[in-house]
Design a protein around this ligand. Structure first.
Ligand code: SF4
Length: 276
């Protein structure tokens, strides 16, 4: 079995188990497909994870280290200066917990009783004492990245908004504007020469967290129901699973049919022997 995929996990981690927590990735999964969410959180069969993106993780670690330097010095990062953003990295006793995978910012949501969590990349603070949610992204594209306005960027927006919502639930004043620090590796060089060069841009997003409460209520209803949600019509994975199941069913039926006459003949012979 792959070291990355462990199907049929310990039920302690499923909904109703003592270790169950609702991470922001689970909320994203629910919004993408309630059926996959149900399979994962109620039945304990998660999707296989993607292969780890080690280069992206390396960029995240280095950006964190870089912003930590300015956090310690309570000074502005040059990127904020370049974009006219009046904010410095926020220093708080829990900042490292908020940024840690499998921990993050945690809030027990009274209406559903669910413990909601999300691991943020960074939090800055402006002179008004408002917290600013920041997410790091890295990629390699030809064009300069200055906006995230494609339909598939909606997930990135919801990600920032859940962190904003979580910090508000924890009693902080949070600025509606969050930012992506986007590192774009250039391919426009003569040779690799053992290094990548990145263009780093800062992209604002006006967050709206109004959707979070209703999503949590719908999600809780789904978790408490025994009805299995329908498949998403445009999901290639379920189309693949259906096609694969059908193909296997047809193949095994064909195999049975081919074997049946031989078996019947053998039974018939046995019966004949018994008769005499
Ligand atoms: S439709 Fe896609 S996302 Fe939904 S259950 Fe099937 S595989 Fe999962």
């Amino acid at each position: 079995m792959s070291q990355y995929y462990k199907p049929n996990r310990n039920p302690d981690w499923n909904y109703g188990g003592p270790k169950f927590r609702l991470s922001r990735t689970k909320i994203a999964l629910f919004l993408e497909c309630p059926r996959c969410f149900y399979l994962d959180n109620k039945l304990g069969v998660a999707r296989p994870p993607g292969f780890p993106f080690n280069l992206n993780s390396a960029v995240d670690v280095l950006l964190k280290r870089e912003f930590d330097f300015y956090r310690k010095n309570t000074s502005k990062h040059p990127l904020c200066d370049a974009y006219g953003v009046d904010a410095i990295p926020f220093d708080h006793a829990e900042i490292n917990t908020w940024r840690e995978n499998f921990k993050g910012i945690e809030h027990k949501h009274a209406a559903t009783g669910l413990t909601v969590t999300g691991s943020v990349d960074d939090v800055w603070v402006n002179p008004k004492g408002e917290l600013i949610v920041v997410d790091y992204k890295s990629t390699s594209k030809d064009e300069r990245i200055e906006s995230l306005d494609k339909e598939w960027h909606d997930g990135y927006k919801r990600q920032l908004e859940i962190y904003q919502w979580l910090l508000r639930q924890r009693g902080f004043k949070v600025c509606d504007t969050g930012y992506w620090v986007y590192a774009n590796a250039s391919k426009d060089r003569e040779a690799f020469d053992g290094k990548l060069e990145f263009e780093v841009t800062l992209i604002p997003h006006e967050g709206n967290t109004d959707w979070v409460e209703s999503a949590l209520l719908r999600l809780k209803e789904r978790l408490d129901s025994d009805d299995i949600p329908a498949t998403a019509p445009d999901c290639d994975y379920c189309r693949y699973r259906e096609a694969a199941d059908n193909a296997l069913f047809t193949a095994s039926n064909k195999e049975k049919k081919e074997k049946t006459p031989i078996k019947k003949l053998a039974n018939a012979k046995n019966k004949t022997v018994q008769l005499f």
